[in-house]
Design a binder for this molecule. Structure first.
Ligand SMILES: [Zn+2]
Length: 365
């Protein structure tokens, strides 16, 4: 596990923001950094070469979805996730916990694990901490996540306390089941919107000396200002020499605020989902390219962006592709949106290194 280390290069003098490097056997991840999501071993509509061009360093894939289709044995047969999907950089798989709790029907939760019905063929699937680790060991990502219980929002304090305690017990079972030194197991802090539960979970996890820590169970419908409160109450209790990952968050304000509290890594499906709806992230806004105002606008999508889309195509062309529902529209908009969110975290990183983060990003803090 010594191959996974975090180095802090600079700290902001006004906030808890930090710039650093998370070293993995497959390469370095400069932090803070946004990580694109490749649910089914592909970032939707992009080739790995296009993905590399966005500045992506670490990419996510999804244990729940890959277990259902094509099954982890097929991925292993291809030599693992990296060779299966043609991505040689660092990768992370989630544990499947979030999807089991948010997507599946007819699930029953017990101390042992979760039973649910496969939405593909109706089979009953048993997902336990041990099984999640076994699947993730077989998929072969560089960072794997502990199997957790993600309570919904809203939920009573009693329900969240039960889920949080179970998540801690499941983490210990995950650690015992995990025997692949080339994969780093991150723990996940749960606790819903109850800050004292977050704090006690963070303290318990910190004592386990894991190679990295995540804050889960946010962005599940709670008001956005609560995310900042949760992050602020949790991050100071996590070990300073380990990377911190805020799961499922990828909007400008939430990322900037979380970075100000000391978060290093983010992921979200938002850039590709917006792209598939004809929407571009430009200058902190969402532009619907279908809009008639773009029909004869021959400027680049974003003059300040150096991505493949902005270097080669006009707003008018993108408007035409979106209106015609041409598949290229989704690729070009996803390239831009991912570049934009990674670029946002890269610009923040540069600002932290020069100690001008708080002044330059005041708009978002
Ligand atoms: Zn662009």
């Amino acid at each position: 596990m010594t191959e996974f280390t975090y180095t802090c290069l600079a700290r902001c003098s006004c906030t808890q923001a930090r710039a650093g490097v998370f070293h993995t056997p497959r390469g370095a991840v400069e932090t803070p950094r946004f990580m694109p999501v490749g649910t089914l071993a592909n970032v939707k509509t992009l080739t790995p070469e296009q993905l590399r061009g966005t500045g992506a360093q670490m990419v996510l894939a999804n244990t729940y979805h890959l277990h259902l289709q094509p099954g982890e044995q097929i991925v292993a047969g291809a030599g693992g996730l990296h060779s299966f999907m043609g991505w040689d950089g660092p990768m992370l798989t989630d544990s499947g916990g979030f999807q089991v709790f948010s997507l599946s029907e007819m699930r029953t939760i017990s101390e042992e694990g979760v039973k649910f019905r496969s939405p593909r063929n109706g089979d009953i699937i048993d997902l336990t901490p041990e099984r999640s680790i076994e699947i993730q060991n077989t998929l072969g990502a560089d960072v794997i996540m502990a199997f957790d219980e993600c309570p919904p929002y809203p939920a009573t304090r009693e329900a969240v306390e039960l889920a949080t305690g179970r998540t801690e017990r499941w983490l210990k079972r995950c650690m015992e089941a995990h025997h692949q030194p080339q994969q780093a197991l991150f723990g996940i802090v749960q606790g819903g919107v109850y800050l004292e539960l977050r704090a006690s979970a963070a303290r318990a996890l910190a004592a386990l000396d894991l190679p990295g820590y995540a804050i889960g169970g946010v962005s599940v419908g709670e008001p956005p200002e609560l995310i900042e409160k949760i992050v602020r109450a949790t991050v100071p209790l996590l070990p300073p020499n380990k990377p911190r990952y805020l799961m499922g968050v990828g909007t400008y304000r939430e990322m900037a605020q979380a970075i100000a509290s000391g978060v290093d890594l983010f992921d979200c499906v938002i850039p590709t989902r917006l792209g598939r709806h004809g929407t571009a992230l430009v200058a902190g806004e969402r532009w619907n390219l279908k809009n008639a105002r773009f029909r004869e606008d021959f400027n680049p999508l974003d003059e300040t962006c150096g991505c493949y889309t902005c270097r080669n195509f006009s707003r008018a062309y993108l408007c035409h592709l979106v209106r015609s529902q041409e598949l290229l529209a989704y690729t070009l908009l996803s390239i831009h949106n991912i570049t934009e969110l990674i670029g946002f975290t890269q610009r923040i990183r540069a600002a932290i290194l020069d100690d001008r983060f708080e002044s330059d990003f005041a708009r978002w803090l």
